[in-house]
Design a protein around this ligand. Sequence first.
Ligand code: CDM
Ligand code: ATP
Length: 289
Amino acid sequence: MRQKLSVKAPAKINLALDVLHKRPDGYHEVEMIMTNVDLADRLELTELRRDEIILESTSGFVPDDQRNLAYQAAALLKKKYRIKQGISIKIDKQIPVAAGLAGGSSDAAAALRGLNELWQIGLSYDELAELGSEIGSDVAFCVHGGTALAKGRGEVIQPLDAPPPCWVILAKPSIGVSTADVYRRLRTTEMKHPDVKGMMRAIEEKNYEGICHNLGNVLEDVTLKLHPEVRQIKEKMESLGADGVLMSGSGPTVFGLTRHESRMQRIYNGLRGFCGQVYAVRLLGEKNP
Ligand SMILES: C[C@](O)(CO)[C@H](O)COP(=O)(O)OP(=O)(O)OC[C@H]1O[C@@H](n2ccc(N)nc2=O)[C@H](O)[C@@H]1O
Ligand SMILES: Nc1ncnc2c1ncn2[C@@H]1O[C@H](COP(=O)(O)OP(=O)(O)OP(=O)(O)O)[C@@H](O)[C@H]1O
């Protein structure tokens, strides 16, 4: 019987994103607080007799070859651990692409976790995260999942407690944003830094109001200037009564927080039709099993 495994790949949002400086290697030194939400892709991994990697996805927007980050994860493990078995990766894509929600990174991380188990390689999450950061800066967080402070270029992970439960409304306009372009346009001397320590304290104290108060992302201004429709979505979400509103990552997805189901419904309904894709999901916040 061929071995099969199904792995979940949840999206992330950045509750806080600060950039300290640009590094000599071209990356930016960051301090970010990331957490998972229950919008997820699902990867079905099936062993193949032939030594090859086959990738399919339900989305027309993602590559199905070595450009796919989940393909790169499988290729990396095969090369490093001299795995001779082939693998079929089927991605049921639910996370919008190029959205600031780390869809590709989470698929890569899920492939690493799943193949580590399927091929019985025996790596720890720390080891998988280190490998994953060769693929992208967000992959390390996605290997661990849950809620974490990420430093370095995003690959140095310090786990945090889960924030208190709440609804997260995600709104993505019908544009894609290039992360590299947003970082390139960032002027590190003109930034309003978010209070990352304040956010960590609020999470530790399970202080929902404190979390809403400390939301901040230095990349937001860059993307808002490039795409005024992102600002319109922010303003709309605020006027519909979200307690805190912020752009995730390099955007363009904007998220809003509320604890009340009736208000979640109001925000969700108010945004549908106004904006490309809208989701109402829960904060996950807990680490991957
Ligand atoms: C915006 C965030 O998603 C927030 O979580 C991440 O910082 C970006 O993570 P990512 O998409 O996994 O990023 P990568 O694929 O590693 O890098 C894409 C590009 O973004 C820029 N980049 C990324 C991370 C970082 N700390 N500094 C950077 O300057 C680099 O130009 C890089 O070429
Ligand atoms: N499995 C994948 N899922 C989505 N995109 C992928 C995948 N593999 C490669 N890509 C490519 O990566 C690019 C960015 O996609 P992704 O959805 O990961 O962006 P993102 O949500 O902005 O990521 P981040 O928040 O980490 O910056 C897309 O243009 C896509 O072509």
